[in-house]
Design a binder for this molecule. Structure first.
Ligand SMILES: O=C(CO)[C@H](O)[C@H](O)COP(=O)(O)O
Length: 216
């Protein structure tokens, strides 16, 4: 099964973005994870389009953009222009989710659905076939450095069963509180993509930290 590490730049040193991107470029990570927060969908504001554009221009790796914003459909073409390869939108933020996923695909990007910790996996059953990835939030979105919510393991099992029963190849992404201690169990439970902020960028040797997550 596919295994990918996606370092989350929310935990990076914004004064040293060029060297942080260079570190990820030289690492075993396949994806870069960029968290966009609007102070409305989540109680925090992170960074926006110009920062995504600069990061994307400094890497050949896959730019995975997680939109923790209301009305994400308004910004799809802007993020495409900024260099995003994938946009993940929240099921809780999209009353017309099917349409939004289509709009993302129409812009030649991969489309993902992000799911808050309290949202049941069952809510995905009539839409999952339109998503390339499901981002299971394992913390309440808005802040890095939070503790992993253990109930996520149950949700991974339910989602893995749904994907396998339907014969899909949708990736399962886990976002929040991922560490070198829980990475192996997450992969073994059925996850494909681990988003890791603090456990990479706050590590003494971030490249080693990425390799350790991948080989957990
Ligand atoms: O989406 C996020 C927060 O909303 C971050 O990507 C996530 O929290 C990763 O950070 P950490 O690994 O430090 O928990």
């Amino acid at each position: 099964m596919k295994r990918i590490i996606a370092p989350s730049f929310l935990a990076s040193n914004f004064l040293q973005l060029a060297s942080e991107v260079a570190m990820v470029n030289e690492s075993a990570a396949e994806w870069l994870h960029l968290d966009i927060m609007d102070g409305r969908f989540v109680p925090n504001i992170s960074f926006g389009l110009p920062v995504v554009e600069h990061i994307a221009s400094a890497t050949k790796k896959f730019c995975d953009v997680h939109l923790m914003i209301v009305e994400p459909e308004k910004y799809i073409t802007d993020f495409k222009k900024a260099g995003a390869d994938q946009l993940c939108v929240h099921i809780e933020a999209c009353p017309h989710l099917h349409r939004v996923l289509e709009q993302i695909h129409d812009q030649d990007m991969k489309a993902g659905i992000a799911v808050n910790p309290h949202t049941p996996i069952d809510f995905l059953k009539d839409i999952i076939q339109h998503a390339d990835v499901v981002n299971l939030m394992s913390v309440n979105p808005g802040f890095g450095g939070q503790a992993f919510i253990e109930h996520t393991y149950t949700k991974i099992k339910e989602l893995r069963k749904m994907i396998d029963d339907k014969g899909l190849d949708t990736l399962i992404q886990i976002d929040g509180g991922v560490t070198q201690q829980n990475a192996r169990t997450l992969f073994d439970t059925g996850a494909n993509v681990l988003v890791a902020g603090s456990s990479v960028f706050k590590a003494a040797d971030p490249k080693r930290a990425i390799a350790d997550l991948l080989d957990a």
